[in-house]
Ligand binder design. Structure first.
Ligand code: HPA
Length: 275
C-alpha cells in the first residue's frame, strides 16, 4: 500500500498538471457557508470524487469541490465543503486535503464553521473568531504519523491561531461594520448535538462554542507551520437551562444568513494578502 506521503505527492502533482497558478491562500468553507465562492474569479472547480486519493464522498460531502481561482490578485484554493469525522473517515483522511494544499504552495489558511454558542453573550448569527480550542474528538490527526516530512512529531500548540491573520479579520470586520467576537471552540465527535448536561460540561471546561470540525485541520496546519485563522458562525444558542430542540435545517439556515457578512470579511483579508 502506498504511504500517505506518496499519496499527497501524487494528488498534488495530479492537480498541478492543470497549471492554474501558484496558490497562496487556502480556504475551508463550513456547513452552510459557501457564499465566499461568489467572491472568487473561478478558473476551475474539481469535484472531490474526481481527485485521486481524496476520501470517497458520503451524503454530506458529496457536493464538495476544490475551487481554483483569484480573489482580487490573490490566488486561492477553496475547499467548498469539508470532510467530518462523524461521516466515518479517519482523522488522516479528513486532513489529507490540507496536506495537499500545503504541497501546492498554500501559505495561509482561513477556515469557517457552524457552531453552537454556549457563551450567553453569543446570539444566533454572531461571528466569532477562534482564539483557542479544546480537542474533544477521539483522536489526533497526527496519530501514527512520524515521517519527518510531515513536520515535527510534537507540534507546539501554544498559539494555534495566527495573531496577524486574526487582526486582519478584526480590522476587516470593523471596516464592514460587522461585530467579530472572540472565543474558545471545542470540537466534539457528533453527529448528534449535545445534551443539556454536556453543554453545561463544555461551558465549564472553558469553551464558548461547540462544533464537529476545524480542530483536526488546525492541528495539521500547525504541524505544517501553515498560519491559520478560523471563524465560527453561531447557529444555535446552547443554554442548558433553556434549551430548545434544533435541527440541521435550522443550523444551515442560520449559517446561510450570516454567510454574506463572513464572506465579505474573508474576501477583504484575502485581497489584502495580494499576489
Ligand atoms: N453542537 C455541535 N455542533 C454544532 C452545534 C451544536 O450545538 N451547532 C452547530 N454545530
Amino acid at each position: 500500500m502506498e504511504t500517505l506521503l506518496q499519496q499527497i505527492t501524487e494528488t498534488a502533482s495530479w492537480l498541478r498538471q492543470f497549471n492554474y497558478h501558484q496558490a497562496k491562500v487556502g480556504i475551508v468553507l463550513g456547513t452552510g457557508l459557501g457564499q465566499l465562492v461568489h467572491h472568487i474569479r473561478i478558473e476551475k472547480s474539481i469535484p472531490y470524487n474526481e481527485i485521486p486519493h481524496f476520501p470517497e464522498a458520503t451524503v454530506e460531502s458529496h457536493k464538495g469541490q476544490l475551487i481554483f481561482g483569484h480573489i482580487g490578485d490573490t490566488p486561492v484554493i477553496a475547499m467548498q465543503g469539508r470532510f467530518h469525522y462523524y461521516e466515518g473517515y479517519t482523522m488522516q483522511q479528513i486532513t489529507f486535503p490540507l496536506r495537499v494544499l500545503k504541497a501546492l504552495g498554500v501559505q495561509q489558511l482561513l477556515l469557517s464553521n457552524a457552531a453552537g454558542g454556549m457563551n450567553p453573550a453569543f446570539k444566533k448569527g454572531d461571528l466569532v473568531l477562534l482564539e483557542d480550542h479544546i480537542n474533544l474528538q477521539p483522536e489526533s490527526p497526527l496519530r501514527g504519523l512520524n515521517a519527518p516530512a510531515f513536520g515535527t512529531r510534537f507540534p507546539d500548540m501554544s498559539c494555534p491561531y495566527d495573531r496577524q491573520l486574526g487582526q486582519l479579520l478584526q480590522k476587516a470586520a470593523a471596516a464592514n461594520g460587522t461585530a467579530l467576537k472572540t472565543g474558545v471552540y471545542v470540537s466534539v465527535m457528533g453527529p448528534n448535538l449535545e445534551t443539556r448536561a454536556e453543554y453545561r460540561f463544555l461551558r465549564m471546561i472553558g469553551a464558548d462554542m461547540v462544533g464537529m470540525s476545524t480542530v483536526p485541520e488546525v492541528i495539521v496546519a500547525n504541524q505544517l507551520q501553515l498560519p491559520c485563522a478560523a471563524v465560527s458562525v453561531i447557529t444555535d444558542e446552547c443554554d442548558p437551562d433553556n434549551l430548545h430542540p434544533v435541527s440541521i435545517e435550522e443550523i444551515i439556515a442560520v449559517a446561510g444568513k450570516a454567510d454574506e457578512k463572513l464572506s465579505a470579511i474573508f474576501a477583504a483579508v484575502i485581497r489584502q494578502i495580494g499576489a
